[in-house]
Design a protein around this ligand. Structure first.
Ligand code: GAR
Length: 192
């Protein structure tokens, strides 16, 4: 699920869908956006024309219930086991989240629990920390919290600008998100 630019969604699609190898059991079933004109939608359609893409409006809080109902229909229809948030910028309800424990995974551009919320890269840069990073975690009732699956450190050099830091964080995201998802899904496999 993505709301914006879609670089993380595209990266996952390129690895697990377009370039899928026999060794990976991960299969992407659908892409869902809450923003009708989000760049991610066109990018997915170009990169993976056969991958189902759904837009379900969810701007204001009043649209959340309908969004989540439609999302559950898609989850049932495609027998989806994991919900991967890739720059999905809305908060899911507690009721929805509690239906899918350890099945919703998010990526956040900071070393949580530092710099929760929006504009985390900018907040870390402006605070002046020397190290920031990326966190992949399970989604729980609390925003940008939940058990951590994987973290990657990004060093902020004296010569970094906000733009150069953003680029470094995105590189780290694209590196660790696919690996962290595989880690989580393999850990979830029934033990023999
Ligand atoms: C990513 O940096 C992701 O970590 C962040 O939004 C960006 C989306 O970029 N997510 C959050 O801040 C969630 N709290 P993308 O659309 O290019 O993948």
């Amino acid at each position: 699920m993505a709301s914006g630019n879609g670089s993380n969604a595209l990266n996952l699609i390129n690895i697990f869908y377009v370039g899928k190898t026999g060794s990976s059991s991960i299969n992407i079933s659908a892409v869902i956006s809450n923003v009708g004109d989000a760049p991610v939608i066109d990018k997915v359609k170009k990169t993976a024309p056969n991958l189902p893409v759904f837009t379900i409006p969810f701007g204001s809080l009043s649209e959340r219930q309908v969004f989540e109902n439609k999302l559950e229909n898609i989850i049932d229809k495609y027998k989806i086991k994991y919900i991967i948030l890739a720059g999905f910028m809305k908060i899911l309800s507690k009721e929805f989240v509690s239906k899918f424990p350890f099945k919703i995974i998010n990526i956040h551009p900071s070393l949580l629990p530092a710099f929760k919320g929006r504009d985390a890269i900018k907040s870390a840069f402006e605070y002046g920390v020397k190290y920031t990073g990326v966190t992949v975690h399970y989604v729980t009732h609390e925003v940008d919290a939940g058990p951590i699956i994987y973290q990657e450190i990004v060093k902020i050099e004296d010569y970094d600008t906000l733009e150069s830091l953003e680029a470094k964080v995105h590189i780290a995201e694209h590196k660790i998100y696919p690996a962290a998802i595989e880690l989580a899904m393999n850990a979830d496999k029934p033990q023999r």
